[in-house]
Ligand binder design. Structure first.
Ligand SMILES: Nc1nc2c(ncn2[C@@H]2O[C@H](COP(=O)(O)OP(=O)(O)OP(=O)(O)O)[C@@H](O)[C@H]2O)c(=O)[nH]1
Ligand SMILES: [Mg+2]
Length: 201
């Protein structure tokens, strides 16, 4: 994906360019060990083994979506931390959620509706992308059809990835960012048109 510029956020990060049109927060969610950080590494660096500093939970990059440059903050809270305490903040403040399960671990798939319900309790309008991970492994237990059907029942997109298919992982991240930005664009358009509709009444 040629249009992403990886720039992990650290204390030394240069100031963000002023030509940004949007800033968007994406939450990585799912059961422990399903592969969330590996996917984030691929999105940022094009390789799963970058050993991101586990104490840092927010990483940033930029993507060109349509005619906009979007600063994308990805939150990857580590499983060890007391996620519950901060969870509502993450849910409230993200625009989209990349919700991951491991295709070789049915229990991680069974938890998907739970995460969706938790998010819907906070806000029903967040964009969610469901991602099945580790599809390179022979011991797959959750079928593509089953996972796709679940995603469709909620109206969400579904991606099935592995750390061996780097372009596909990057495409999945671009999709959740794009879908999240489009919600914002729609809201902006409606806001801009509201006075006109009012006049027409
Ligand atoms: N074979 C295979 N292994 C993977 C894949 N994705 C992740 N893994 C492995 O699964 C293990 C867990 O990956 P992580 O990325 O640390 O998972 P996580 O969801 O961030 O885990 P927590 O932060 O502890 O919740 C690691 O050993 C990865 O190398 C994949 O697509 N295929
Ligand atoms: Mg992790």
């Amino acid at each position: 994906m040629g249009n992403s510029i990886a720039s992990p956020e650290t204390k030394n990060l240069a100031p963000i360019a002023s030509n940004l049109d949007n800033e968007i927060n994406i939450l990585l969610e799912g059961e422990p060990k399903v592969g969330k950080t590996s996917l984030l590494n691929i999105f940022l660096f094009g390789t799963p083994n970058q050993n991101l500093n586990l104490n840092i939970e927010k990483f940033s990059t930029r993507l060109k979506i349509r005619d906009r440059t979007v600063k994308v903050n990805v939150w990857d809270p580590s499983s060890e931390n007391d996620k519950k305490k901060n969870k509502m903040n993450y849910y409230k403040n993200c625009r989209g959620m990349a919700l991951c399960f491991d295709t070789t671990e049915p229990k991680s798939f069974e938890k998907i509706p739970h995460y969706i319900e938790e998010m819907n309790k906070v806000d029903k309008n967040k964009r969610i992308l469901i991602i099945g991970t580790k599809c390179d492994l022979p011991e797959r237990k959750v079928s593509s059809d089953e996972a796709r059907a679940l995603a469709q029942s909620y109206g969400y997109s579904y991606y099935e990835v592995s750390i061996q298919n780097i372009p596909l992982v990057q495409e999945a991240f671009t999709t959740i960012v794009e879908e999240s930005v489009l919600i914002d664009m729609k809201a902006e358009k409606e806001k801009a048109l509201a006075p006109i509709f009012k006049l027409m009444k």
